[in-house]
Ligand binder design. Structure first.
Ligand code: 13P
Ligand code: SF4
Length: 351
């Protein structure tokens, strides 16, 4: 939930109950019927009945508090389809953060995403419903590690994945996301490029940019490192004709086995446009649910690897964030300028 101590969580729950009508009711079902229409093939009505009062309250609170909800593609369907104003991959969310008009951004995703929004919008209030929502990649590297890499490969530019802390972004030359990593590495005016912190993403990019020597940090995503090429071959055997699409945080032999690799948005676009009869999205579980809700004709085979960090975000703690104005994300003044430069350079190359 939104706090460590149960007593604090209970007090917060009691305060929410005192301010909002959170009891399942026909009126709440009615108020959320447009959102339910989108997800009714994947969420049973009794389950929606308990989400509906929260969705109604969040959508009203957003207006009242001049807030916008930016949600990553890994959010659960009731968040993704029920309360998000803008959904997307890391790059889309970073770009959206530079354009929103509301004074408060509620970031439904992990901490580095909220930090990126703050870095790009220091004047806005950025809230994250649970600040413990971290990322195994972001926690795998520090600014001191970047300095060590620079000492080992003098003069080589440092391209850091956005899945990093503000401190690491500030120590890097430019950022990248899974949707523009190839483009960013190719654009570096150097034969050697340092990529941090995702070792698999770096190796997958290196294959597509053979003209560069790519060296990397050995970080990994706890969700994507679990997939194996053997598992993908088993999907093909068990589901003849299945299309397999994977996220580039997966190990290189997994990517070799897939029909397509791309960012979470790239994967969603692929399924929306190609409309395969059967598909496996080799990534975090909720994404298949979110797309399946829109594409009832496609059969989704769902290997389920959950990101425990993304799953910290819930309707309850989103409502609490809006109600209480916590937890506010801050970035130390001395880091903001340099971190923004690395992210803005990335956005400029991508444009
Ligand atoms: P995307 O930028 O592809 O959405 O990836 C973010 C992420 O955390 C994937 O694990
Ligand atoms: Fe980080 Fe992996 Fe979770 Fe994405 S899925 S937030 S990379 S741990």
């Amino acid at each position: 939930m939104f706090m460590n101590a149960n007593t604090a969580a209970d007090a917060a729950r009691a305060e929410l109950a005192a301010h909002y009508d959170l009891t399942p009711s026909d009126a709440a079902m009615e108020a959320t019927s447009a959102q339910y229409d989108v997800v009714k093939s994947i969420i049973p009505a009794p389950e929606w009945a308990s989400c509906a009062p929260y969705i109604r309250a969040i959508n009203a609170a957003k207006k009242e508090k001049d807030a916008v909800i930016l949600a990553h593609n890994y959010m659960t369907p009731e968040i993704y389809h029920g309360v998000a104003d803008i959904v997307g991959d890391s790059l889309q969310l970073a770009i959206a953060a530079t354009k929103v008009e509301q004074s408060t951004i509620v970031q439904c995703g992990v901490h580095f995403m909220a930090e990126t929004s703050k870095i790009l919008n220091p004047a806005k209030r950025v809230l994250i419903p649970d600040s413990r929502a971290g990322c195994s990649l972001a926690s795998s590297i520090t600014a001191a590690d970047i300095a060590k890499m620079r000492a080992e490969y003098p003069g080589a530019p440092v391209v850091s994945y956005v899945n990093t802390t503000a401190e690491v972004k500030a120590a890097s030359d430019i950022c990248c996301t899974s949707s523009n990593a190839v483009e960013i590495v190719r654009a570096q005016d150097s034969d050697t490029v340092i990529m941090t912190p995702d070792g698999y993403l770096a190796q997958n990019v290196a294959k597509l940019v053979p003209e560069k020597r790519v060296v990397w940090w050995e970080g990994a995503c706890i969700v994507h490192e679990q997939f194996t090429a053997e598992e993908l071959r088993a999907f093909r055997e068990d589901h003849p004709g299945v299309v397999i699409i994977a996220h580039p945080e997966c190990p290189p032999d997994v990517i070799d086995e897939a029909d397509f690799a791309g960012s979470t948005h790239g994967m969603i676009s692929y399924v929306r446009t190609k409309k395969p009869e059967k598909v496996v999205m080799v990534t975090e579980c909720s994404m298949s649910d979110n797309v399946a809700a829109e594409l009832p004709e496609t059969k989704f085979i769902r290997p389920c690897n959950i990101c425990p960090h993304m799953k910290r975000i819930s309707l309850e703690n989103i409502l609490w964030a809006l109600h209480s104005g916590t937890e506010e994300v801050t970035v130390p003044e001395h880091l903001i300028g340099r971190a923004a430069r690395a992210v803005e350079r990335m956005i400029a190359v991508t444009k």
